[in-house]
Design a protein around this ligand. Structure first.
Ligand SMILES: *[C@@H]1O[C@H](CO)[C@@H](O)[C@H](O)[C@H]1NC(C)=O
Ligand SMILES: *[C@@H]1O[C@H](CO)[C@@H](O)[C@H](O)[C@H]1NC(C)=O
Ligand SMILES: *[C@@H]1O[C@H](CO)[C@@H](O)[C@H](O)[C@H]1NC(C)=O
Length: 432
């Protein structure tokens, strides 16, 4: 039966693509799940329950607290927004006591703030929390409903379905979204339900039908959870890294920075590693109550610029040292690159000695910007050793590029481009 399914899938995929120009860089925004879960208790917890007020509050904060101008633009509803019953026409509807104005009005509110609205549905008989699912025959009507409301992004989960339904349903939803005529970003949880790896997951196909996909388990509010995700993604980088590119992203799940589980160093580590993975920067936290260190990490302009690099090449883990220092590398536009040094140690700041040549850099002189310290590292000769200090469960993150000199800039085109890039991105210098 497996080969029959693969054939069916092949036929469907011939006629399906969702190349509507969206998400040329990873999406940025806010999503409800990790922080607010399925809190439907609006009587005892009105501020935090899944309701239209929560999403309006987050939209207000995104605009007023500087998030939107940095690129955080999606406000995404997760599970538990629905009524237990479809309406008389068979359409999904929001739970009226928690969304009395309806999703279309909420979408208008979000759009009036210059933001975009995401919503959640589930390929299966029920959502993960037991609300109405989207079975194969409901895919078209649900896509039409979301488009009619002005939805901009769909997270399509996969609880309560089997691999055959998934194989049919995820491509069908892609086609149905396209057929609405409304450009919507499409996030597929499909690979997470198949173990995330080939041969069960076909990343070429996913790249054609979805803009992003969840590969692995849900994130939880802990450093252990972050490390488990990081290990899985980089242990499988040979399979996963080539799957990513503009319009097609691996999704290691939400940023939990600003919640309860991470220290300041661990929060920097999550931001750094998500930037290296070209991961969606979708926060799940309470934007109404966040301390300044979490805000500064999430609003770090250079970390964001690295994440949003237009080439869209996902980074790789280069080294796992016996000292429990790990080195990650991501190539960036204009001859630049990013390096992250992560300490898995639990004792004290560790002095790590290396050189750029040991990290595969070509001979020459470089400059680096220390992303979280906000300082420059000048005159880095590739062959000369340098020493950095990495905190336990922390990172040092560098944005690095060939040293600019007027002579080389006129001789080598890539140096010229690099200097233009550094001029065109004044924020790199403002933060120095
Ligand atoms: C539908 O798919 C076509 C072909 O890939 C694409 O050109 C178009 O932009 C898509 N439209 C929407 C609304 O997704
Ligand atoms: C994976 O999907 C692509 C694109 O649809 C298709 O060309 C390819 O044959 C599929 N690979 C496998 C092993 O099924
Ligand atoms: C880098 O250092 C090496 C050894 O000190 C030296 O030979 C080389 O000229 C330097 N390279 C540059 C581009 O300055």
């Amino acid at each position: 039966t497996y080969s029959v399914c693969v054939c069916l899938l092949g036929l469907i995929s011939l006629s399906v693509t969702l190349d509507n120009g969206l998400l040329k860089t990873p999406p940025m925004g806010w999503m409800a799940w990790e922080r607010f879960r399925c809190d439907v208790d609006c009587r005892d917890d009105p501020e935090n329950c899944i309701s239209e007020g929560l999403f309006r509050d987050m939209a207000d904060r995104l605009v007023e607290d500087g998030w939107k101008e940095l690129g955080y633009e999606y406000v995404i509803i997760d599970d538990c927004w629905m009524s237990m019953l479809r309406d008389k026409q068979g359409r999904l509807q929001p739970e009226p006591s928690r969304f009395p104005s309806g999703i279309d009005k909420l979408a208008r509110y979000i759009h009036d703030h210059g933001l975009k609205l995401g919503i959640y549905a589930d390929m299966g008989t029920h959502t993960c929390m037991g609300f109405p699912g989207t079975t194969l025959e409901k895919i078209e009507i649900d896509a039409q409903t979301f488009a009619s409301w002005g939805v901009d992004y769909l997270k399509f989960d996969g609880c309560y379905s089997n691999p055959v339904d998934q194989m049919l349903g995820y491509p069908l939803m892609s086609k149905a979204l396209n057929a609405t005529g409304r450009p919507m970003a499409y996030s597929c949880s499909w690979p997470a339900y198949l173990g995330g790896l080939p041969p069960y997951v076909n990343y070429s196909l996913l790249g054609e039908i979805c803009h992003l996909w969840r590969n692995y388990y849900d994130i939880q509010d802990s450093w252990d959870s972050v490390l488990g995700i990081v290990d899985w993604f980089f242990n499988n980088q040979d399979e996963l890294q080539p799957a990513a590119g503009p319009g097609r992203w691996n999704d290691p799940d939400m940023l939990i920075i600003g919640n309860f589980g991470l220290s300041v160093d661990q929060a920097r580590s999550q931001m750094a590693l998500w930037a290296m993975m070209a991961a969606p920067l979708i926060m799940s936290n309470d934007l109404r109550n966040m301390d300044n260190s979490a805000r500064a990490i999430l609003q770090n302009r250079v970390a964001i610029a690295i994440n949003q690099d237009p080439m869209g090449i996902q980074g790789r883990r280069l080294l796992q040292e016996k000292s429990h220092i790990e080195v990650y590398w991501r190539p960036l536009s204009n001859s630049a690159s990013a390096l992250v040094f992560l300490s898995r140690r639990t004792d004290m700041p560790y002095l790590y000695h290396t050189s750029l040549a040991k990290l595969n850099y070509e001979a020459g002189n470089y400059e680096a910007y220390d992303v979280f310290m906000g300082s420059m590292v000048k005159r880095l000769n590739a062959t000369t050793d340098f020493t950095i200090s990495v905190n336990p469960s922390g990172v040092v993150m560098w944005y690095i590029y060939p040293e600019q000199s007027k002579k080389t800039a006129t001789i080598h085109q890539h140096h010229k481009e690099a200097s233009q890039f550094h001029k065109a991105k004044p924020e790199h210098h403002n933060v120095l």
